[in-house]
Ligand binder design. Sequence first.
Ligand code: SME
Length: 157
Amino acid sequence: MTETLTIPGNLNKEEKYKALLPQIKALITGENDLIANLANITSALYFGMNFFWVGFYIVKNEELVLGPFHGPVACTRIQYGRGVCGTAWKNKETIIVPDVNQFSDHIACSSETKSEIVICAIKDNTVQCVLDIDSKQLNDFDDTDKKYLEELVGRIL
Ligand code: SME
C-alpha cells in the first residue's frame, strides 16, 4: 500500500479526480471493513482535493450519524429529510448546493461553509450512508464533482 497519495499541484479539478480516484480504489480494494475504507476515503479527498470538510454520515436507526471525517468537528446526528444530508437521503440522489444560505433547511456545522455536495451510497435501493463535502467558496461543486464522487461512492458498499 502506498503511504502517501500523490497528486501534482498544477492540475485542474477533473485531472485531480482522475489522478486521485485510482489511488483511492487501490487503497480500499481488498479491505472489507466499511469504517476503515470510509476513513481513508475522507483523508484522501481532504488532502488530495483540498476540501474544507469531507465526511460520511451513516444511516443508523432511522437517522444519520456522523462517521469518519476530516475537518472541523461537525454535528453528530441529522434527521431524515432534514438539512442537505437528510434531504439527499430522502431523495436518494446527489444534491449540489451552490450557496448554503439559499438552501432553507441547511444545517450549519461551520459558518465558514459556503457551498456543499452530498452523494448517497445506495445498496438494495436503500441509502446506507452519505458523503458530505463542504467548501469555503461559493459555487465550488459542479457536474465534474458529481460524476467522479458518484463513481467513487458507488464502489464503497
Ligand atoms: N450541512 C449539512 C450538515 C453536515 S455539515 O455540513 C458537516 C446539512 O445541511 O445536512
